[in-house]
Design a protein around this ligand. Structure first.
Ligand SMILES: Cc1ncc(COP(=O)(O)O)c(C=O)c1O
Length: 408
């Protein structure tokens, strides 16, 4: 099909006819991307501050990822885990170097990575804690859409329809060490948390809190699991977000940006919890050569192009813009976040309206519910792109400021 023919089709109508109604999508069909920009099926170009929900860490179609995938696809696409594959081992080696020696297990998504961590924790409980199995996670957290990760996700909205959800999960308030300690019992085997809550609204842990969790896990012989699916891969200006807090968890889960847009997940563990043996866990596709080749290219590029430093610098610059907007517009406040993981609060349930207006002006943003606006752009974002995005956002916010509801 030619580009013109592609653009002539009514994609929204076709989606309604052939795709299940699981997604509340923006009225936009994307057909191409390059760097921080995407093009829709009508040829409109937009600046992308969503980046596939924190996935496209190198932007769209980065030459390093294109080259890695193109080369790999002509050599070896899939072999299963019955055999060794060089790309899988190379990616695990890179992650091992970044994590000071952790060993990897690759899956295909963040939820699957967390499933692996949950199973690992339960095995630890069986081996070392008299069968303890309960995992304490945080209110307002997000860990995935499988049944077990839904049970670990601390938001009633994600759980209500699926009751009975798997047993063995409990939630406590985030950033509250006393609550965590009070909830710990002889059944508890692990603490699961995001150092920066992503889907929950970009809330960063206090340093004393994270360090307190580490200490509590040591004292109680608990497994500390850090969900790095969204905050990992340099998004906070460190390769792993927990590096901001001078702690090292026992288990780390990753996905999203790990292969720059190619599906992958990973569960890493340090020596204390490195207890899986052959047959304990498995996957058909996880650690696939194409995904791993993309992962190698992504990590190598992040390191070679100093993108951790860039995420911090550009994150601070974007934050200064958000602060100015919060001064200028009365219906947004509380600019927050770390690195290129940013959000503001929005009054009067206007977050979706702002996203809509920004889209009209050519800027992709993301709302979390109706009162949080999130920005998670690529890590190689440039200052000029921030200036451009700020101009577009300013226009969108002016539109919204002129709506009666903003002044209600
Ligand atoms: C912190 C966190 N954990 C887990 C997940 C689930 O990842 P996936 O959608 O790849 O299963 C997400 C997705 O948004 C996430 O943000």
């Amino acid at each position: 099909m030619t580009t013109t023919e592609t653009n002539k089709r009514d994609w929204v109508a076709l989606e309604h006819k052939y795709y299940q109604g699981t997604f509340k999508r923006q009225p936009l069909t994307l057909v191409r991307g390059e760097g921080t920009r995407v093009w829709d099926s009508d040829g409109k170009v937009l600046l992308d501050f969503v980046a596939g929900i924190a996935v496209n860490v190198l932007g769209h179609c980065h030459p390093a990822i294109i080259k890695a995938v193109q080369e790999q696809v002509t050599q070896l696409v899939h072999v299963s885990n019955l055999y060794y594959n060089t790309r899988q081992i190379e990616l695990a080696e890179l992650l091992g170097i970044q994590s000071n020696g952790m060993r990897s297990f690759f899956s295909n998504s963040g939820a699957e990575a967390n499933e692996g961590a949950i199973k690992l924790a339960r095995k630890f409980g069986r081996m070392h804690k008299d069968g303890a199995f309960e995992i304490i996670s945080m209110e307002n957290s997000f860990h995935g859409r499988t049944l077990a990760t839904t049970a670990a996700t601390g938001q009633a909205y994600y759980q209500a329809t699926w009751v009975p959800i798997p047993d063995g999960f409990k939630q406590v308030p985030f950033n509250n060490l006393a609550a965590l300690k009070a909830a710990t019992s002889e059944k508890t085997v692990a603490i699961l948390l995001e150092a920066v809550q992503g889907e929950g609204g970009i809330w960063t842990a206090n340093k004393e809190y994270i360090q307190g969790v580490r200490q509590w896990c040591d004292e109680q012989n608990l497994v500390m699991i850090c969900d790095e699916v969204q905050a990992g891969m340099g998004r906070t200006g460190k390769f792993f977000s927990w590096e901001n807090f001078d702690v090292v968890p026992d288990v780390v889960t990753m996905a999203k940006g790990l292969a720059g847009g190619v599906p992958i997940g990973a569960m890493l563990t340090g020596p204390r919890t490195d207890i899986f043996t052959a047959g304990d866990h498995g996957t058909t596709f996880g650690g696939n050569p194409i995904a791993c080749a993309a992962g190698i290219a992504t990590i190598t590029t992040i390191l070679e192009e100093n993108l951790l430093e860039n995420a911090t610098k550009m994150g601070d610059y974007w934050h200064s813009k958000l602060e100015a907007f919060c001064e200028k517009y009365h219906f947004i406040d509380s600019p927050r976040g770390i690195g290129l993981m940013r959000a503001v609060n929005v009054q009067h349930d206007l977050a979706p309206t702002i996203v809509q207006q920004a889209l009209e002006h050519g800027l992709l943003l993301n709302n979390l519910g109706t009162s949080t606006l999130r920005m998670i752009p690529p890590l190689n974002l440039k200052a000029e792109e921030i200036d451009e995005a700020a101009e577009l956002l300013d226009r969108a916010l002016t539109d919204v400021a002129n709506m009666p509801i903003a002044n209600a």
